[in-house]
Ligand binder design. Structure first.
Ligand code: C2E
Ligand code: CA
Ligand code: CA
Length: 630
């Protein structure tokens, strides 16, 4: 923000100050002698206006004043700290310029050294005899520099930025006209110098990340472009580590942006400690950092640095009295083998980073070609999924739930299937998470609920009364439109709410008290609720006490282990018992064998679902298989 203000300020300032300068030049002592002088001053104002480099403008200023005062030579020095630096002096001898360049200013360092030191004009009539020139005259006199008048160049706040010097090859003091020229020349040079300093400052701001003090993204682009050029010439490879903090958004959301900023600052510092001293690090955006490792010797050199970053980041840290254990993921790409230009390199490092996140975060991943193929496949799927509903590529299959006491089918669970003409069958475990990520889960659930409810009505017409269970993604519990959507579908399809059961995972129940409100709103519609995959999340039966759900579905994981491990059997037994105490209907999922079934029956499980009775099947198979309803 304040960068923009700086730029804006310097623009309006420029317009104002150009006016003043125009006046000032035209006012100087002798009236402008001929049109060439008017041209000269206009040329300088133009150079300033179009932003010509300061050094070019300095030369033009010097030449203009030299033309106005035949025989005079002019110079401009810039003051950096207390060091004099060559500015512009197109007519001055090179040896002399070099002798002055880099000198520390002081009362006895020629006229300009003295004027920058004292901040006031210094007039030296004769360089040969003036003590201020004792040390420097050897560089001046041989080149016919005999008198020197120096005016400090100041910025608009009166700070000395340098000095404007006028030289003659004979001893002299300025007359009134020359004195006025000296003043206006310093003023003009001061204007250019101040603007130049401002611009350098703005550039520095743009190239530095304000929060962390690391390089900015803008600087990273320049740096990498240069590095690629140099590397091409010198043939030493480098690698890019693209780093992204894990779950940073959660910290920002829960502790606020201020805490997020403190964390970023601390972690940026840790990255500096985790990498070799001269390593280039930039903050690319939010919680993303780019690290460039040059002169890479071998892969282990890189893995050591990447691991060191992971380790340093992972130290617990106290932020606003909260202990946080941060972590990060890193994508690694090497030049030139993984990408031959900036764009390609960034792209592949991003692909590797994505892979690191997918593999569970808190790790680094080196780029490989297969990762791009994977991304392309994912991209294809994402793209195809957007059209799947419209192209009627989705369908539902139904898996029966059998009541253990009656042996009859009492419910079915609707499971989505997707067949794409080119990509073939894609499993729900693959496309549901993608749908969640790309914002397709809402239309998908809408379609599933609609199709499933219509199916129930169809079956009703055939005389089959079945409860319909539909899986609901946790994403819906942060969507205020979800309950109205369910309500609308009930209305549109004529579905009896008590015949619809929504299955949600334990994590949905646990994450946020706000979810409980949605639970209640769904219950108010008269819908049944089931906790899916029970036992795999981290809720306890006790914590479900206050939840108004109707059934529990014990996860297949426990059923698989049921006959292999007596402890599991005990656990499943107590899950069922406690479920009953809380008035839940308990369903066992993934029952594949008769032994499992018999054991569950003994443990008084209410219903079972699994391949033993039926795989998920199409709607017509359900209605055409009388054994289901015996
Ligand atoms: P889930 O809700 O736990 O569904 C049960 C999964 O276990 C189904 O896999 C089912 O085919 C499978 N299964 C059932 N009985 C057995 C058995 O005896 N043995 C074995 N090995 N597997 C069994 P499916 O259809 O591949 O679905 C996978 C997951 O995808 C589901 O797990 C559910 O979480 C999700 N899903 C499926 N359809 C939808 C949907 O329409 N919406 C949402 N949000 N998620 C869905
Ligand atoms: Ca389910
Ligand atoms: Ca399940």
């Amino acid at each position: 923000m304040h960068k923009m203000n700086d730029i804006k300020k310097s623009k309006t300032q420029l317009i104002d100050e150009l006016q003043v300068l125009r006046l000032e030049i035209s006012k100087t002592s002798h009236p402008l002698k001929d049109t060439s002088e008017i041209e000269n001053s206009t040329k300088i104002l133009e150079m300033i206006a179009i932003g010509k480099p300061a050094l070019e403008v300095y030369d033009a200023i010097a030449l203009m004043y030299e033309q106005r005062n035949p025989g005079m030579r002019c110079s401009m020095l810039e003051l950096h700290g207390n060091i004099l630096m060559h500015g512009g002096a197109p007519s001055m001898p090179k040896v002399y310029c070099e002798a002055v360049h880099g000198l520390k200013n002081g009362p006895e360092v020629g006229s300009c050294g003295a004027s920058t030191y004292t901040g006031v004009r210094v007039l030296v009539e004769d360089i040969a005899t003036d003590p201020k020139w004792a040390e420097l005259k050897q560089f001046a006199l041989p080149h016919g520099l005999r008198s020197c008048w120096s005016e400090p160049i100041k910025n608009s706040k009166g700070l000395v930025l340098g000095a404007f010097g006028m030289y003659h090859n004979y001893p002299a003091l300025p007359n009134e006209s020359e004195s006025n020229d000296l003043k206006s020349a310093a003023r003009l040079a001061g204007f250019v110098m101040e603007r130049d300093h401002d611009q350098k400052h703005i550039r520095k701001l743009a190239y530095t990340d304000e929060l962390t003090g690391l390089s900015s993204r803008a600087h990273f682009y320049l740096y990498l472009t240069d590095l690629i050029e140099v590397t091409q010439e010198h043939d030493n490879d480098f690698c890019l580590l693209y780093l992204d903090l894990d779950n940073f958004k959660d910290i920002n959301d829960s502790l606020g942006h201020h805490a997020g900023d403190i964390l970023l600052k601390a972690l940026a510092k840790r990255l500096g400690e985790a990498t070799p001293k001269t390593t280039y690090i930039a903050r690319m955006s939010g919680d993303e950092f780019a690290i460039i490792i040059e002169n890479v010797k071998d892969k282990s050199h890189l893995t050591n640095i990447a691991q060191s970053c992971l380790d340093h980041i992972a130290h617990p840290i106290n932020i606003l009295d909260r202990k946080i254990t941060p972590s990060c993921s890193i994508g690694i790409a090497c030049y030139p083998s993984d990408g031959k230009d900036l764009t390609a390199l960034l792209k592949v490092s991003d692909i590797s980073l994505y892979e690191a996140k997918e593999r569970g975060k808190n790790q680094y991943v080196f780029y490989k070609k297969e990762l791009t193929q994977k991304v392309e496949y994912r991209f294809q799927i994402e793209h195809a999924l957007k059209e799947a509903i419209e192209n009627k590529e989705l369908s539902l299959v139904y898996q029966p739930q059998i009541d253990v006491r009656t042996g009859k089918i009492i419910a079915v669970e609707a499971l989505s299937r997707w067949h794409h003409p080119q990509l073939g069958h894609i499993t729900p475990s693959e496309f549901i998470p993608i749908a969640e990520r790309i914002g397709m889960i809402k239309p998908l659930t809408d379609w599933v609920l609609n199709t499933a409810c219509r199916q129930v009505i169809e079956w009703q017409k055939e005389g089959l009364l079945l409860r319909m269970a539909v899986n609901i993604s946790p994403k819906h519990f942060i969507d205020k439109d979800f309950v109205p959507m369910v309500q609308r579908i009930l209305n549109e399809t004529g579905m009896i709410p008590g015949q619809l059961e929504l299955e949600v995972t334990e994590s949905t129940v646990q994450t946020d008290p706000k979810n409980l409100k949605i639970f209640q709103a769904l219950k108010d519609l008269g819908i049944l609720l089931a906790i899916d995959d029970f036992g795999t999340g981290y809720s306890s039966l006790a914590s479900l006490n206050h939840l108004n759900v109707d059934s529990l579905k014990i996860d297949k994981y426990f059923i698989d282990d049921l006959l292999l491990n007596n402890k599991t059997k005990l656990l499943v037994g107590s899950m069922i018992k406690m479920g009953h105490n809380l008035d839940y209907y308990v369903v066992a999922e993934g029952v594949e064998t008769l032994e499992q079934y018999n054991t569950l029956k003994k443990l008084r499980c209410d219903a079972i679902q699994g391949y033993l009775f039926s795989k998920p099947v199409t709607a017509d198979i359900i209605s055409k298989t009388p054994s289901y309803f015996k």
